[in-house]
Unconditional design. Structure first.
Length: 132
């Protein structure tokens, strides 16, 4: 089963996403967003692996482990900020009969940010996908 859509979250990344579920138990999601407007550059990438706990006709509960990076570079004034986060979580995916679905996850994120102490926070991931 495949899914394409958009994701936002500390362990899923930010931007367009692709999800692949190889069998009834294990799935993978990848996201990638490059952006440059001449003065600012933003790069976000993420990867997750998901293990299905229970799957029904239009819903699925799963465990996940993901990691993401967001790199922001400004030229006026010069500033570079990089955030790396990873962690395990639990999530639920709902899919309608049309194939459009929403996923919400709650990972326990370990967050490493430039010039900041490490943080451990429960910050949700949210994805909207079309499954086929």
């Amino acid at each position: 089963r495949f899914g394409v859509g958009f994701t936002a979250g500390p362990t899923s990344g930010l931007g367009p996403a692709f999800r692949f579920k190889a069998n009834h138990a294990i799935g993978v999601q990848l996201s990638f967003l490059p952006y440059h407007d001449g003065h600012n550059t933003v790069f976000s990438g993420g990867a997750q692996i998901m293990l299905t706990l229970h799957e029904g006709t239009n819903a699925e509960a799963f465990l996940s482990f993901g990691a993401a990076i967001i790199h922001i570079r400004q030229t006026h004034p010069v500033d570079i900020d990089t955030t790396f986060s990873f962690g395990p979580g639990v999530g639920v995916r709902w899919t309608g009969d049309s194939g459009i679905g929403m996923t919400i996850e709650l990972p326990l994120c370990l967050i490493f940010q430039s010039n900041q102490p490490m943080k451990v926070l429960p910050i949700p991931n949210l994805s909207f996908m079309y499954y086929f």
